[in-house]
Design a protein around this ligand. Structure first.
Ligand SMILES: Nc1nc2c(c(=O)[nH]1)N[C@H]1C(S)=C(S)[C@@H](COP(=O)(O)O)O[C@H]1N2
Ligand SMILES: [Mo]
Length: 312
């Protein structure tokens, strides 16, 4: 059982009315898509919820949220299946509790956290971010989570630490996709330490005000909004500080197609398709893809030495 202070608990109904308040106040433009997805008159029974998003630091997007139903039923999670519409069903019985995350490597205070430790120690915020998959579709998702920096500050990376490596659970009894031995399991990802410390980078424990669903990477996943979606690794069991650049799942599979940095970049096409535009789930017209997924003001300074016209 996850222990949450009752003052931090919100029901979905309260969450939605808070959203309505924010909307009237002009803070969030949720629009018709959200209303259609959630129903306006009918208030759903309160599901188990987690900490109230207490704070919203990032600039609100003037873009509609992707309906919750799409966020829950159109997924990439190859440990279950490569079929996006079947992930939710196959992940239904995944056991995401109890769960621990080992934070180790080049740190002064290595620690193995339970999810309840995270919820108790770090401020859960709401962050509404664009998510751009390397396959050229995108969503806008209201995440709940805390900054990776707040965790890293607690474990204290040593001066030798330059990168952060993340690893997903690989349990063949629960994850039918692992039978495909062509893939380099476990799924792993990496960030440079300064990327990991950037305020946009969060560990997410929920979305739409509810505990993260299995198909979205329960109980805890990374969200790095200026990078292609594959960097946002799901169901993390290990976070390790390293001196060397770690490898990552998609770069291991096809280094000519996927880099380590994997920053969203409309100027660099995938060898097999254009990255200039994207299909926003729920919209008819394609959108222009934005450099760094629209987060250049926050993170472009991290890449001054790198050639923006090359895959990296
Ligand atoms: N462990 C793991 N993490 C993963 C993936 C995966 O297959 N396995 N897919 C990635 C890709 S390609 C994308 S686009 C996002 C999708 O997240 P969502 O299903 O929550 O929208 O998760 C990323 N994280
Ligand atoms: Mo993706």
């Amino acid at each position: 059982m996850i222990k949450i202070k009752s003052s931090e608990i919100t029901s979905k109904a309260e969450y939605l009315s808070r959203r309505d308040f924010l909307k009237t106040a002009g803070i969030v433009t949720a629009g018709a898509a959200l209303l259609a997805a959630c129903g306006t008159d009918e208030v759903p029974a309160a599901p188990p919820t987690q900490s109230l998003p207490t704070d919203q630091k990032t600039a609100p997007l003037s873009e509609e949220l992707t309906p919750e139903d799409s966020v829950l039923n159109y997924n990439n999670y190859y440990e279950f299946t490569t079929d996006k519409e079947r992930v939710a069903g196959l992940a239904k019985d995944f056991k995401s509790s109890p769960w621990t995350v080992e934070v180790s490597g080049l740190v002064n205070n290595p620690k193995t956290y339970g999810i309840e430790d995270f919820l108790g120690s770090f401020t859960i915020e709401e962050r509404i971010y664009r998510m751009r998959c390397v396959e050229a579709w995108s969503m806008v998702i209201p995440w709940n989570g805390f900054t990776l920096a707040s965790l890293l500050n607690e474990v204290e990376p040593t001066s030798d630490a330059k990168f952060v490596r993340f690893e997903t659970l690989a349990d063949p009894d629960q994850m039918p996709g692992l039978v495909n031995k062509l893939y380099p399991w476990p799924y792993q990802e990496g960030l440079r330490l300064d990327e990991a410390m950037n305020d946009l980078t969060i560990l997410s424990t929920g979305l739409y005000g509810e505990t993260l669903a299995n198909q979205n990477g329960a109980p805890i996943r990374l969200v790095v909004p200026w990078k292609y979606g594959f960097k946002s690794i799901k169901s993390i069991i290990k976070i390790e500080l390293t001196a060397e650049q770690p490898s990552n799942f998609w770069q291991d599979i096809a280094p000519n197609e996927y880099g380590f940095y994997a920053n969203v970049n409309p100027a660099v096409d995938h060898p097999r398709w254009s990255q200039a535009t994207e299909r926003r789930i729920g919209e008819l017209k394609r959108r222009e893809t934005l450099y760094l997924n629209g987060y250049a003001d926050e993170v472009a300074h991290l890449y001054e030495g790198l050639d923006p016209n090359k895959l990296y």
